[in-house]
Write a protein that binds this ligand. Structure first.
Ligand SMILES: O=C(O)[C@H](O)[C@@H](O)[C@H](O)[C@H](O)COP(=O)(O)O
Length: 231
């Protein structure tokens, strides 16, 4: 396994270092390919990182596309919307000129037509991501790869780019990039904070079925993963 675990003293230091790593990936992708796309996670952990990245001045933000690794099926006025979080915390100041590709495409549920609409937009993304930043729940989910997810097997294997998924621990129905699409990335980061999540990661790195802790599919994928952790 190519898992590089990095520990930082505190949350502000982690946010700054992760923002610098992702900014480097963005600058390199723009230099090599003309554009850079990144996919970031929602939830409660990434706000500081979003603010640090959004303040970065030496990036051609108008050449950057930001999207989400997954989204709850709610519109952008809902405080559970990951898009709302990204817009409020990252796409301000220097980063305000970046383009944002939402995963939520309207309506009450991610039915086939809604997912097709999202996938038509996502088909416009450049080939590989410059960076994908994952989070992890204490149940071992990442993106919306939840234990018990109704489309989990497909989400971990299909080309996608995105698929609907429902799971007992997920709250709303969700839409998520599939794992194969997320693995098409230059940099793959896992951002977790707190002792509990360090313990969950230790468990996930041990033996056991992927269905119990879907983060294992990422950790066993063969793609290098850099873990950013702080207490
Ligand atoms: O929309 C989401 O919920 C996510 O993208 C999800 O995969 C998240 O990264 C983990 O649930 C960790 O969430 P916390 O940071 O809130 O613990």
């Amino acid at each position: 396994m190519t898992i590089d675990r990095r520990s930082f003293a505190d949350k502000p230091t982690l946010a700054k270092e992760l923002a610098e790593a992702v900014a480097d990936r963005i600058r390199t992708a723009i230099a090599e390919r003309g554009t850079a796309a990144i996919a970031v996670s929602g939830g409660s952990t990434p706000a500081r990182f979003f603010q640090a990245l959004g303040k970065t001045k030496d990036i051609d933000w108008d050449k950057v596309i930001v999207t989400l690794v997954d989204e709850r099926w709610v519109d952008e006025t809902n405080d559970r919307s990951n898009a709302l979080l990204v817009n409020e915390r990252m796409l301000q100041g220097p980063a305000a000129t970046a383009r944002f590709f939402p995963l939520y495409s309207g309506g009450d549920a991610p039915d086939a037509a809604a997912v097709a609409k999202t996938n038509a937009l996502l088909a416009q993304l450049p080939g590989p991501f410059a960076a994908v930043v994952l989070g992890m729940g204490s149940d071992g989910h990442t993106a919306s790869f939840f234990p018990g997810g109704d489309t989990l097997a497909e989400a971990l294997t299909a080309e996608g780019p995105a698929i609907a998924i429902r799971a007992p621990g997920a709250g709303e129905p969700r839409i998520t990039f599939t794992l194969p699409r997320l693995l098409r990335t230059d940099g793959l980061y896992l951002h977790i904070e707190g002792e509990e999540k360090a313990d969950v990661l230790d468990t996930a790195l041990g033996d056991g079925p992927i269905e119990d802790m879907p983060i294992r599919a990422v950790l066993r994928s063969g793609h290098a993963v850099t873990v950013y952790w702080c207490p």
